[in-house]
Design a binder for this molecule. Sequence first.
Ligand SMILES: Cc1cc2nc3c(=O)[nH]c(=O)nc-3n(C[C@H](O)[C@H](O)[C@H](O)COP(=O)(O)O)c2cc1C
Length: 400
Amino acid sequence: MPPMGTGYAEDEGYVSQRLIDYYEARARGGVGLVIVEVTAPDLQCKGPRQLTLGDDRYVPGWQELITAIHKHGAKTAVQLQHSSMENRDGQYIQVGPSSVIVPTRVMGVSGQAPHELTPDEIGQIVQWFAAAAKRAKKTGFGGVEIHGAHQYLVASFLSSATNIREDKYGGTVENKARILVEILQSIREAVGPDYPVWPRLNAQEYGVENGVTIEETKQVVPLAVAAHSLYQRVLMVLFLPSWALGMGAGVLVGQNLGAGQPGRAERAGWLATGFVEAIMLIASLAILLWAEGIIHIFTTEPSLVEIASVFLRIATAGFIIAGLVTVLQQSISGAGDTLPPMIIGLVMIWLVQLPLAYFLSQVTTLGVYGVRWAIVAGMVVGGVAYVIYFRAGRWKRKRV
Ligand SMILES: Cc1cc2nc3c(=O)[nH]c(=O)nc-3n(C[C@H](O)[C@H](O)[C@H](O)COP(=O)(O)O)c2cc1C
């Protein structure tokens, strides 16, 4: 059952007996999943007689409602919605991405030009959604839907008709979707890896000039799917340190054992290197084959498994290629020559890339954007390291 506003909440936004009776009747009638209607994530954006998850004092009422629905075997979810209206100092004002009036829009519209939300205010709204979703989970809801459809706040960010911003929340499709992505990410962080969270979107806006197009929505959907900070962590946990450990252990241990030593010691070192590299290769091939299984250790959520396993495969393929290039370089430049430049390369790749990637993904705009930049940064730093490695190797050989 899709969310449908009833107006049956009590004046203050509490769950009323009438609301319980209404939803219980739907569950009794055989509905499998009841998605409870538009619910304000915070009291500041709560309309008159609108339900809210903005405070713990609403929880007992919600629990009564959930129990009534569960009694008949139905599942529950709740739709979180910012209507575009906010109560500021006792006055309801229109807020939005830009201060434009679009006559063809009717939902969540007061007629007044909206107050253009500042990045700080947007950040605050994102936190409201995260806190409300956390409360929804604690209360007993089986999932949370983010209202990104119709003409309410999130939808008006997605639409070029209402969003003419020139900062990071406007312009490109990625920018227009940023508030949605940030909401989904902060909710994911608040509720953990396996709790169902999804957005409701307009595929296309009809009758609105410059409205959302189906092509734009096709770009928004993968951004929304990827908007889970967990997949970054999977990436960090498996991808970056596996390179560091693999290359570090394989090459440094082996070469330190044997470098510069005559005869058997050097051979033993190279044997150790070869042994570790062979294990790394086998492990990498196993990861390529069973990426989904490995991601399952961290999450069973299908969308996360899908995207994380793609990244894991790309990372592992990169690792194999880099390993093969390294072996090739070693065989060209000779064993003893390569240790110092190799150390420079490894230190540069890992000591620089790891915190850089972490910084980019956590401190900047987070998530899908951060990971993208982390990967670009990794490739650039890795490329520079390899150039240094090559040049240093040649310089060393010339000197010798
Ligand atoms: C009275 C009423 C209230 C609605 N309230 C909501 C709502 O709270 N949230 C929402 O996303 N859609 C809301 N909708 C839209 C419905 O979820 C649904 O998409 C619409 O009724 C079309 O349903 P259909 O595709 O089964 O015909 C509402 C629709 C009606 C008629």
